[in-house]
Design a binder for this molecule. Structure first.
Ligand code: ADP
Ligand code: MG
Length: 299
């Protein structure tokens, strides 16, 4: 990936034209909330990290309210490896026992979240890191995992959670001031226990309860691909059902699309799975008529 900070020089006249062309979008989206799922390459490549932080700060400065939800599977993986805690997987899901959950909380709520907060602040924003515990935001319960072949059998994957409810009041309070919330996908249960929740699912639910204008999920691929590997720029609920059934969608794309579709059906105006490898993809997606990735529609 090329270094996004080394852009070709643009003549002042062209610059003015480009800025003027963003005006209709800025007017349309002023005061609106946009939930951004930050993950994949955009989170590990320094040039892309910087471009992402700049985009978030610019959006805030033109009156849009970005809310960032981050993932961190690879970072958790490498921390557990360093500690010699390899662990066990059932149907692609990590068995999260107590000690593993401790590591998950350190890595997501400490390391990864604070790295993002630092990047945004360095770009001139005021980011505040939160987990789902803060402001009693994300109530969760243990994920019920049924056996793929025998649904009468249940697997215990430990502290992996499902969302019970999301109270967005702490997010609203922060965004009403000049702050940019950065949220780690950790929820709390009835007995104050912690749960690790898929970040796509958290981002989708937050977008719904915040009645966000847009949900954008940055990923490590150009969007949702068909069986032949071609990008599908537009997907409806009906087509998504077919793609689930014929196995075109698998792995990490499953919770992403399920969450995206839920949000689209629950009134989030536009939902996009976008290519996080493209520098400044957020500005391109929000402030130009260029589209990167796959738009998810409820019908
Ligand atoms: P992240 O959550 O960081 O965006 P994931 O690895 O969880 O990344 O999800 C994205 C991955 O989903 C892709 O890299 C790809 O391997 C996988 N995937 C499965 N089915 C598809 C599909 N039909 N189109 C695109 N990616 C898919
Ligand atoms: Mg994922």
């Amino acid at each position: 990936m090329s270094d996004s900070s080394v852009a070709a020089p643009i003549a002042p006249f062209d610059k003015a034209q480009i800025l003027a062309q963003a005006l209709p979008y800025i007017r349309k989206f002023h005061g609106k909330t946009m939930v951004i799922k930050y993950g994949g390459n955009a989170m590990t490549d320094p040039a892309l990290q910087k471009a992402f932080a700049e985009d978030v700060v610019l959006l805030k400065l033109v009156g849009i309210n970005p809310v960032v939800v981050h993932g961190g599977g690879p970072q958790i993986e490498s921390a557990l490896k360093r500690l010699g805690m390899q662990g066990q997987f059932i149907q692609g899901m990590r068995v999260t026992d107590g000690p593993t959950m401790d590591v998950v909380e350190w890595v997501l709520g400490g390391e990864v979240q604070q790295d993002i907060v630092g990047l945004i602040n360095q770009a001139g924003g005021k980011a505040v890191g939160l987990t789902g515990r803060d402001g009693a935001m994300i109530r969760a319960r243990k994920l019920k995992m049924l056996d793929n072949n025998d649904p009468s059998k249940e697997h215990d994957v430990g502290q992996v959670g499902d969302i019970v409810s999301v109270d967005p009041s702490v997010v609203k309070a922060l965004q009403d001031d000049a702050f940019i919330p950065v949220i780690s996908p950790i929820g709390f249960g009835e007995h104050n226990e912690s749960y690790n929740i898929n970040a796509d699912v958290v981002a989708a639910k937050l977008a719904t309860v915040l009645q966000a204008e847009k949900l954008m999920m940055l990923t490590n691929i150009s969007g949702v691909l068909d069986k032949a590997g071609q990008l599908m720029t537009d997907l409806t609920a009906k087509r998504i059902d077919e793609l689930f059934v014929d196995g075109t969608i698998s792995g990490g794309m499953l919770p992403k699309i399920a969450g995206a579709l839920d949000a689209a059906k629950s009134g989030v105006n536009s939902v996009h799975i976008i290519d996080g490898r493209v520098p400044h993809v957020l500005l391109l997606e929000i402030l130009t008529d260029q589209a990167f990735g796959t738009m998810i529609r409820s019908h």
